[in-house]
Write a protein that binds this ligand. Structure first.
Ligand code: ZN
Length: 443
């Protein structure tokens, strides 16, 4: 652990050479595979079916021989062997917390944290907050949901670990959040990017200048956004802060990748998680600069370890040392999207974050938007419409539509239809925003 003057929280771990990282990962991977094979009927069956044994691993790339685990598989396993399935590896006496997935894409899946898991997750989340510039004495308003979401509890523990004061506002509505921000002089806010944008909107409507707040740093996750330059700029000016992006997921853990002050991508916690980037068509590792699906293996997780968990999230991976001094791999541009959120339209492929990048560059539009997919019944083809909100005032909407369409064409290589709504029509959320509305027939 670091003193408050040091730039890195765990410098010895964060600056290991690539060879040292791989050697640490290999040691931990062997340990993890062995205990999974010996203690979990789920993994034993999977490994046997694939004809692989933990002893087959001699280098990191041997992980490719092992079968991937999907969320659907975990759901079926827990349904068949309730309540937790047969992939719990440590004894129940060690378990401390149960974290279900949010259930936004089907039945929820339980994940368990053992005593040592809570300690590791607290440490790596503290590392994340430290990277963002959070220091002892900061007052942290934690607007992450505590009940549904792994980020709520872990960032709370991490804030305490760092010696900060926490205001656990959780899913409190925006206006109350603003009251807490102002009366407690919070210096750090934790929230989803869409909620941060909404808070900025409400501040402006109330005539509160962001400069009157004590806020300095914002930690944003739960959905892509803070890595999108135009979104980051809007959050920063709306709340008067410096915004940072992180990524996490319930099955693996919170904040397992986060930005450093260079903001050249999110650094992975490579001492705890082995990250692979896989081309979903060939199932081979991606080439440098190729985007692929993140597949993650727990190196230290004790209770419910994941071996090659197929996240369905798309990113790039850069192994070059960062200018910040950290050597852990980075994903530039953060998470690019969900593999199943990819919109295929007139031969072009794009993700909601690309639409967001364009829309948030227009000051005439609000921060909310939807991508609507419907069926052109005459031609039996898909119609893609971008629905956005105009802020009102003296705007020539037809002319604005043309400008937005031209920018979208440049970014997406295809020009969707555009529909404007009045400001405030689209639903705001404190939780993960749903951007795609699929109204196609036979879907
Ligand atoms: Zn860096």
């Amino acid at each position: 652990m670091s003193d408050s003057k040091s730039e890195l929280y765990e410098p010895a771990i964060e600056t290991l050479s690539r060879e040292e990282i791989q050697s640490l990962q290999l040691k931990r991977l062997k340990w993890q595979l062995k205990r999974c094979y010996e203690n979990s009927a789920f993994y034993q069956e999977k490994f046997d079916k694939a004809g692989v044994k933990p002893d087959d691993v001699r280098s990191i790339s041997d992980i490719k021989k092992f079968p991937a685990v999907t969320k659907q598989e975990l759901r079926e396993e827990q349904e068949k062997y309730p309540p937790y399935g047969r992939y719990t590896v440590s004894p129940p006496g060690d378990w401390r917390e149960i974290h279900p997935t949010t259930g936004t894409t089907g039945a929820q899946v339980y994940n368990i944290w053992a005593e040592q898991d809570v300690k590791n997750i607290t440490l790596w989340t503290a590392r994340t907050l430290w990277n963002f510039g959070v220091r002892p004495g900061d007052i942290i308003q934690n607007a992450f949901s505590y009940g549904l979401w792994v980020a709520g509890m872990s960032s709370h523990y991490a804030a305490r670990e760092l010696g900060c004061l926490v205001i656990p506002t959780g899913a409190t509505p925006a206006d109350r959040q603003i009251d807490y921000l102002t009366s407690n002089h919070a210096t750090v806010i934790l929230a989803t990017p869409s909620f941060a944008l909404y808070l900025g909107e409400r501040l402006a409507e109330k005539g509160v200048s962001p400069r009157s707040l004590a806020l300095r740093v914002g930690c944003f996750g739960g959905e892509p956004g803070a890595s999108v330059a135009s979104t980051r700029k809007k959050i920063e000016s709306g709340l008067g802060i410096e915004a940072f992006d992180y990524y996490g997921l319930a099955e693996i853990g919170p904040t397992c990748a986060s930005e450093c002050p260079q903001k050249t991508g999110i650094h992975w916690v490579e001492d705890h998680v082995l990250v692979e980037l896989v081309n979903p068509h060939t199932m081979e590792w991606c080439k440098p600069d190729e985007a692929g699906v993140l597949v993650m293996t727990h190196l230290t997780k004790e209770a419910t370890p994941m071996i090659r968990y197929w996240t369905n999230d798309v990113a790039k991976l850069d192994l070059e040392k960062c200018a910040c001094g950290r050597t852990h791999a980075r994903s530039s541009g953060g998470i690019l999207g969900r593999a199943d959120d990819m919109v295929v339209y007139r031969g072009a492929k794009f993700y909601p974050t690309q639409v967001e990048k364009v829309l948030r560059g227009f000051k005439e539009l609000s921060d909310e938007y939807r991508i609507e997919l419907s069926t052109d019944e005459k031609r039996s083809t898909t119609i893609c419409t971008i629905v956005a909100e105009c802020l009102g005032g003296d705007i020539d909407q037809d002319q604005l539509k043309e400008r937005v369409r031209a920018s979208l064409r440049e970014e997406l290589q295809v020009a969707p239809a555009i529909r404007f709504l009045e400001f405030g029509t689209l639903e705001r959320t404190t939780f993960k925003a749903k951007r795609i509305e699929d109204r196609r027939k036979n879907n």
